[in-house]
Design a protein around this ligand. Structure first.
Ligand code: FE2
Ligand code: FE2
Length: 214
């Protein structure tokens, strides 16, 4: 977790000695950390995304434990204050895109990966990849990536149900890829009011044949 001093104090104060495969203990630790860091919105968002990820995983026959573990950890990097995300990533040796410098919050997924790997000892590359791409997707997502990405969109963190929830659920009747295509189209529409399209999102748009409008 070096450089440890750059991480928020509650993370340093609260050590983890558990097994990240124990999803109940993991959920408790994540919840306590989010509370200690005053991240009430995320704290409320995580159990909803995790329940949705479990539902999608069961329905589409994706390993449910992996989906739940990725969902529990996907936004934990958000405990790092926005202004400290770029310096922390730089100190960790994480390459930073210009878009991420412009909108540092885009780095929260990368920081979640570091926490998953280093605090909790998660080594499943599939779980780590699903965490990393939960916001943007990427050019060649696998079913676990799609489950975590879509669970995060169905149970967003902007208060209440997202305006597209019913339409996305309808699209999902034709499968995960159809759901992802629908969601990526919405994200390319002016309604999404994206601050800046991340390069990984642009790669996903290209791979799914989506043209950005607006
Ligand atoms: Fe996120
Ligand atoms: Fe999220």
């Amino acid at each position: 977790m070096d450089p440890l001093h750059l991480w928020p104090e509650p993370l340093r104060a609260q050590t983890w000695t558990g097994d990240a495969g124990d999803l109940t203990a993991l959920a408790d630790d994540v919840d306590t950390l989010l509370a200690a860091c005053g991240r009430e919105v995320t704290r409320e968002h995580i159990p909803r995304v995790t329940a949705e990820a479990r539902r999608l995983a069961r329905h589409f026959r994706v390993p449910e434990g992996a989906a739940a573990q990725a969902a529990l950890l996907h936004d934990l990097g958000g405990i790092v204050p926005r202004g400290e995300m770029v310096p922390l990533c730089r100190a960790l040796g994480i390459p930073i895109y210009p878009e991420e410098r412009q909108v540092p919050m885009l780095l929260h997924a990368q920081l979640s990966v570091v926490l998953a790997r280093e605090r909790y000892g998660v080594t499943d590359e599939g779980v780590l990849q699903a965490i990393r791409y939960h916001t943007t997707l990427h050019a060649a997502p696998n079913p676990l990536d799609l489950v975590v990405f879509l669970a995060d969109k169905l149970e967003w963190d902007q208060g209440g149900a997202p305006p597209y929830q019913a339409a996305l659920r309808r699209a999902l009747r034709d499968g995960l890829e159809a759901g992802a295509t629908w969601m990526l189209r919405w994200m390319a529409s002016p309604e999404a009011r994206l601050l800046v399209p991340h390069p990984d999102l642009r790669a996903a748009w290209a791979a799914f044949g989506v043209t950005a409008r607006g």
